[in-house]
Design a binder for this molecule. Structure first.
Ligand code: BGC
Length: 742
């Protein structure tokens, strides 16, 4: 029976085993023909410096790359992003001896032609379907522009909003971050490599990059192995299990070893225990940077250490091209190590179908179709609105009426267009004309008889107060004021760590001036990270966190302002009261001297000058409606062994609007072999309820969810007491205690 089924499978669908075998064979045949220089070339990636390469004219500085390509000594190029460019370079590759096609890589981080909210904003949607769909769209667009490979998802967990790269991640929680990472991998890779709309995904930055000391980018990381396994590695493992094609290692050292040379994580774990068959690319220049780290004496030494540790491809160091052939010839490196790395790279090129047709991603019609896809924009608009987090709506001024007589939009971001892209967007010439500003978004929805006033008020990041007076005057002339403040789009992202994460420049002063007018006001906060805005949080009654929402930003914001969409986003990261409180995160340990309440400071673990609780907790976010939690029930208070625990709670929409709620499930393991967090997210469900509607939401837990790493890195669960918590955010929960017997 089994045999019959197998042959039906082979006849009907083709066997993944036979296909794989034939690729293996093809790779072996090719490897047998390759010189060591050509092998080193396949393990090398260089940047394209051609901003706008539409014709065959190359600048002098690029000639050496073209020569390398023609000689078959370069395997991949990054930052080539058009059919014309990729076609031209691929033509050069086809002049090489073995005609091995180039791989084109690109940072497609939060969309491509259509940009979506910056990733932390996407995470605030807590909507895995939307996230996966956005990556499907991003992949379709990127592939149509000749791109084979995106350097995403970034699955770095971070507890430090000073770190600029939190905008690229999914926040502070390992569980949520893992699920989002998997959704992104699925989205990018679609139905699988080889499909014309699928690009290779890349789980980065391996590993623990988000734990940079002091939140300073590229800084060292010192975490226990247990913490590494508990907090930082699971999203990577989940991505590997989801079939991510590639990994990128990270700039930082982990406990003294640069990640690029870390054999434990790359060989023992990733390629060993986790069985990862793809390849690992270094981060930009990270092989060469091991000299600065003081871990390699020169680039030759760095190449040796990196390849031995399992870094397969060198991005931009030129270390492998320059050194691997010699290291092999003198017998320092066994050719088998090189062959394994080359095999991994070539396998992906075969899987992408590039050996069958190196130009299959170079199709002008497809590029044209995906240059302005209205369906994608429509989706971007929806996704933007679902990423917004309503932090305060005390006077219920929101949603605004479209017939409000006069609205004033004030702040440096009101008429911005390209800013809405956020940090990691590929620039296109027509950006200015196609991105919807907040001003236009609001204007388009406001009734014809209403007036939208505008004043910039201040710049993003200087001391110029000369525009204050005009802004105050504008506010006085309005019935409602919308302030749009925050940090600039280039103030979060790579190399954008900030020690001061308040609104930049004089924006807070501007806000204070405007608020003196006493006009009803709404504050929109634009940022790529949690900011500190204590004064605003205490004085402005209505606040929405709008991140950077992408191409359709203005429409998404207007949809929420005027109530077409009821906001349902929840914070994926804790918002601190002040920088001195960082790192502050919900799943901390209790300590031996926990503060009983946030103001309790007497010989307890607290600051003498600051409350312990954050400004806004993880998982927090309001709606125009209200949700009531009742009838919290467990299937047992004494579960045993592998028995499943059912947890249910009834959620009722008691307000005046239909809306979405993210119902959250947390646990606490009360006593452990090693101390356990006061709360751990273990489940969530996003539900839509019409006003007046109620629904019973059910979760199930089994001992798998109770497992943790002990100090010997064994991953087990223990019998004992657990608190089971459900609620609307990580602070607002109802709790029941159980005893789970082995
Ligand atoms: C970043 C990576 C990125 C690479 C290529 C590096 O500086 O750390 O995340 O993929 O550049 O642009």
């Amino acid at each position: 029976m089994k045999k019959i089924l197998l042959s039906i499978f082979i006849m009907g669908f083709g066997s993944p085993f036979s296909a794989q075998k034939s690729i293996d064979q093809k790779v072996s045949d090719l490897l047998a023909k390759m010189t060591v220089e050509e092998k080193a070339g396949q393990l090398s990636q260089l940047n394209s410096d051609w901003e706008d390469l539409t014709g065959p004219i190359l600048q002098k500085k690029d000639e050496d790359k073209v020569v390398l390509i023609q000689q078959g000594k370069l395997g991949s190029i990054l930052n080539v992003r058009s059919v014309a460019q990729t076609r031209m370079l691929q033509e050069y590759a086809m002049k090489s001896r073995l005609r091995i096609p180039l791989l084109f890589g690109q940072d497609v981080i939060h969309g491509f032609r259509t940009t979506f909210p910056v990733n932390i904003g996407q995470a605030a949607s807590w909507d895995l379907n939307l996230i996966e769909k956005s990556e499907r769209i991003a992949a379709t667009e990127a592939a149509a522009f000749g791109i084979h490979w995106t350097f995403a998802p970034m699955v770095d967990i971070s507890r430090d909003p000073r770190w600029g790269r939190v905008m690229e991640g999914s926040g502070e929680d390992t569980y949520l971050g893992s699920l989002i990472g998997v959704a992104r991998v699925k989205g990018f890779q679609g139905k699988g490599l080889g499909n014309i709309d699928a690009v290779m995904a890349c789980a980065k930055h391996f590993a623990a990059y988000g734990a940079a000391v002091g939140g300073r980018d590229y800084n060292s990381v010192d975490v226990s192995l247990r913490q590494l396994h508990e907090t930082y590695l699971p999203p990577f493992k989940a991505a590997a299990e989801a079939g991510v094609a590639t990994f990128m290692n990270s700039f930082n050292d982990i406990n003294g070893i640069p990640a690029t040379a870390d054999a434990y994580i790359q060989r023992d774990l990733l390629k060993g225990k986790w069985g990862f068959k793809g390849f690992v690319v270094s981060d930009w220049g990270s092989i060469g940077e091991m000299v600065n780290h003081g871990y390699a004496k020169d680039k030759t030494d760095a190449s040796l250490k990196a390849i031995l540790a399992g870094s397969d491809m060198d991005m931009e160091s030129r270390a492998y091209i320059e050194n691997l052939p010699q290291l092999v010839k003198e017998g320092t490196i066994d050719i088998k190590i090189i062959d394994d790395a080359v095999r991994r790279v070539l396998t992906k090129k075969f899987e992408l179908g590039l050996f069958d047709d190196p130009f299959r991603f170079c199709n002008d019609d497809r590029q044209k179709q995906q240059t302005n896809n209205p369906e994608h924009r429509k989706f971007g608009r929806e996704f933007g609105s679902k990423s917004i987090v309503l932090l305060k709506n005390e006077t219920s001024i929101l949603p605004l009426s479209k017939t409000t007589k006069t609205i004033a939009l004030i702040g440096p971001f009101g008429k911005e267009t390209t800013a809405n892209h956020g940090f990691w967007a590929v620039p296109f010439k027509d950006d200015k004309d196609r991105i919807i500003s907040q001003y236009d978004g609001i204007k388009n929805q406001l009734s014809k008889n209403s007036t939208l006033l505008y004043a910039k008020g201040s710049n993003v990041d200087d001391e110029d107060r000369s525009m204050f007076a005009e802004a105050v005057e504008t506010a006085r002339n309005a019935d409602v004021v919308i302030m749009t403040l925050g940090e600039g789009p280039n103030m979060s992202g790579e190399a954008k760590s900030r020690s001061n994460i308040h609104f930049s420049g004089v924006q807070e002063e501007l806000l204070k001036e405007i608020s003196k007018t006493g006009k009803p006001s709404v504050l929109l906060i634009n940022a790529g990270r949690p900011l500190v805005f204590d004064w605003a949080a205490d004085h402005i009654p209505t606040i929405m966190y709008t991140w950077w929402l992408g191409t359709e930003a203005g429409n998404s914001i207007a949809d929420v302002l005027f109530g077409a969409v009821n906001p349902g986003g929840k914070l994926p990261m804790t918002f601190p009261r002040t920088e001195g409180q960082i790192p502050v995160y919900y799943n901390h340990y209790n300590t031996g001297r926990p503060a009983a309440k946030s103001t309790d400071r007497n010989y307890v673990s607290a600051y003498i000058d600051l409350d312990n609780d954050p400004k806004y907790p993880f998982g927090y976010g309001l709606s125009y409606t209200n949700f009531n939690y009742s009838d919290f029930q467990l299937s047992s208070e004494h579960p045993t062994g592998n028995q499943e625990l059912k947890i249910s709670v009834t959620v009722t929409n008691t307000g005046n609007f239909d809306g979405e709620e993210v119902v959250q499930l947390y646990i606490r393991d009360l006593v452990g072999k090693v101390v356990r967090p006061v709360k751990e997210l273990k489940g969530f469900q996003k539900i839509f309820l019409k006003k007046g509607e109620r629904r019973t939401v059910t979760f199930s837990l089994n001992p798998e969810s109770l497992k943790f790493y002990d100090d010997q890195l064994s991953y087990e669960w223990e019998e004992g007491e657990f608190d089971i918590m459900v609620g609307t955010d990580s602070e607002n929960v109802q709790t029941k205690r159980i005893y789970w017997k082995k």
